[in-house]
Design a protein around this ligand. Structure first.
Ligand SMILES: NC(=O)c1ccc[n+]([C@@H]2O[C@H](COP(=O)([O-])OP(=O)(O)OC[C@H]3O[C@@H](n4cnc5c(N)ncnc54)[C@H](OP(=O)(O)O)[C@@H]3O)[C@@H](O)[C@H]2O)c1
Length: 276
């Protein structure tokens, strides 16, 4: 039985493992995990008895054909150096680390590598997983990993050069959307006698319904605006404010996040000894 290993057991690895086990695309006996702080695995073992716990990253590398690297970007090089001697020619590495390029990874492991940016909302079976395979990945393995990710999300295969902006529009966007609507709630509270709880309930429900409408009816943002913001009406006034102020906000946001990506990428490149 081919095993799927997860190195690192943080927010993303727990979401992925839990999702793959819940959808039953993987059985507990097929899954192995290795992480730094072993006490963190207690809940996992209680929820999924039968899951394999590795003594260390090397044991996991020896036993697993598919290895998900789920540690932070600056921890990836150390993990790879530790496991490289235990990887076989048929090993398939799946890195979910932001800012670590396929070229970085190939300097240590010249085999099958897939880069994935998952999203926290796949915890409820939603969202896009960004995927890019290197030229070594076999068609069977591409299909296998994409099938796995499709059980908890929608796979989007994109060029690696678009991963940073793609991550902003998917994985990071979950935080951005929460941040935007938190401010909307606060403004509602400032300008009324509503409690924060009441205002948040109104916005949450509206957000959920708007997302449902957009997806289920497959209508665009512009069509939605046209339906709600009647000419000369109240909503139109609000939409005009957004259209005036938000381009600056979002351009600044992307400048900042892309700048941060560049900084982390430079640190990662230094570790791997790779050039741009
Ligand atoms: N969070 C997101 O929404 C998101 C989205 C897309 C991609 N990502 C990427 O996913 C990766 C993981 O993010 P995360 O949010 O899950 O981080 P996290 O919660 O900090 O998890 C990282 C895990 O790696 C473990 N670890 C660190 N060094 C290790 C080592 N040498 N050997 C084994 N385990 C080790 C940590 O152990 P300890 O418990 O001891 O700290 C922790 O369990 C990052 O590279 C990030 O760029 C994250």
């Amino acid at each position: 039985m081919e095993k799927y290993g997860f190195i690192g057991y943080g927010s993303m690895a727990s979401m992925l493992m839990d999702g793959f086990l819940k959808t039953k695309i993987l059985q507990t006996g097929q899954v192995m995990v290795s992480t730094r702080t072993k006490s963190r695995l207690e809940d996992l073992v209680e929820k999924w008895p039968g899951i394999n716990l590795a003594e260390n990253n090397m044991q996991l590398a020896k036993e697993c054909k598919y290895i998900f690297i789920c540690v932070k970007p600056l921890e990836v090089k150390g993990v790879l150096d530790e496991i490289i001697d235990f990887l076989g020619s048929d090993t398939h590495l799946i890195s979910i680390a932001a800012c670590v390029t396929i070229k970085d990874l190939e300097t240590v492991f010249p085999g099958q590598i897939t880069k994935v940016i998952p999203t926290f909302i796949s915890e409820v079976g939603e969202g896009i997983s960004l995927v890019c395979h290197n030229s070594q990945v076999s068609e069977v393995n591409k299909d296998n990993i994409e099938k796995l990710l499709n059980t908890i999300s929608t796979v989007s295969i994109i060029k690696e050069e678009n991963f940073e902006i793609g991550a902003d529009l998917t994985s990071c966007a979950v935080g951005f959307i929460a941040g935007i609507f938190q401010e909307f709630v606060e403004a509602g509270v400032r300008q009324s006698s509503l409690t924060r709880k009441e205002a948040e309930q109104m916005v949450r429900s509206t957000l959920y319904g708007t997302a449902k409408l957009l997806c289920e009816k497959d209508i665009s943002f512009n069509q939605t605006i046209d339906r709600v913001a009647t000419k000369g009406g109240i909503t139109e006034e609000g939409v005009k404010v957004l259209q005036k102020g938000l381009p600056f906000v979002f351009d600044t946001l992307l400048d900042k996040t892309l700048g941060k990506h560049d900084k982390v990428k430079a640190m990662v490149r230094k570790q791997f000894g790779t050039e741009l």
